[in-house]
Design a binder for this molecule. Structure first.
Ligand code: TZP
Ligand code: MG
Length: 229
């Protein structure tokens, strides 16, 4: 397990596509987002070649290090090693967790996507530090999602994780989360035995014309009790 306490409350996942990033500069956007209050950042880029991934990862890592925010790479354990970052986020079709742990060591932060209880239990059993649970709501950011599980699906997984002895694993929900629903997501995903630790967002921050304000607003909403509780 990672030794440092990680704050998963506002987990920023990047996107470099014009549809979401627009003509903004990714490094500037991530800098603004961490200034606004993003607590952990994942560099997710499905198109750049390896050299470019390492180059950009190093740039982004400078920014996150200065802010004291952990930085992870999506999919690519080799890029995480080359850039010397804090961890990786792997999907079900990427490198298996145990191999990633062997390569990155006990201190690395390793997260995995879970769409179902079975995937969540397997990942928890294999020593994941956190789970990205979703897809909560349909989202144009990732169209080929396996399943939309809603807040009730997330809540059931949290409840069963606790029941199966994995109550300590960190969890974030992902998919279609933004300022208009973040409080409802946190409230509705919480099971009686296990709370959700945070939300992962892409477009709510990366597509914003003011990523600092967007992150700040999300942090502010997360810090308040939901108005309907
Ligand atoms: N995994 C499940 S949904 C998703 C990922 C990477 C994209 C979420 O993007 P957005 O813009 O926050 O809905
Ligand atoms: Mg992947």
């Amino acid at each position: 397990m990672a030794p440092m306490a990680v704050d998963y409350s506002l987990y920023l996942v990047t996107d470099s596509t014009p549809a979401i990033l627009g003509d903004k500069d990714l490094v500037a956007v991530v800098k603004a987002a961490v200034e606004g209050g993003a607590t952990i950042v994942q560099y997710r880029d499905k198109t750049s070649d390896t050299a470019e991934l390492v180059r950009v990862a190093k740039q982004l890592h400078q920014v996150t290090k200065a802010a004291g925010v952990p930085f992870l790479i999506n999919d690519r354990v080799d890029v995480a090693l080359a850039a010397g970052v804090e961890g990786v986020h792997v999907g079900q079709d990427d490198m298996d967790l145990k191999t990633a742990r062997k390569l990155l060591g006990p201190d690395a932060i390793i997260g995995i996507t879970a769409n179902s209880l079975e995937e969540a239990l397997d990942a928890a059993g294999d020593g994941a530090d956190y789970l990205g649970i979703g897809t909560v709501f349909a989202t144009p950011t990732k169209e080929n999602t396996k399943s939309i599980i809603g807040t009730a699906g997330v809540r059931d997984i949290l409840s069963d994780l606790h029941l199966c002895g994995f109550g300590g694993i960190q969890t974030v929900a992902i998919g279609g989360i933004n300022a208009s629903n973040v409080q409802r997501v946190m409230y509705q995903c919480a099971s009686p035995t296990k709370d959700l630790d945070g939300v992962a967002v892409v477009s709510a921050i990366i597509a914003s014309q003011d990523p600092k304000a967007a992150a700040h607003n999300l942090r502010d909403l997360l810090s308040r009790p939901p108005p309907f509780a």
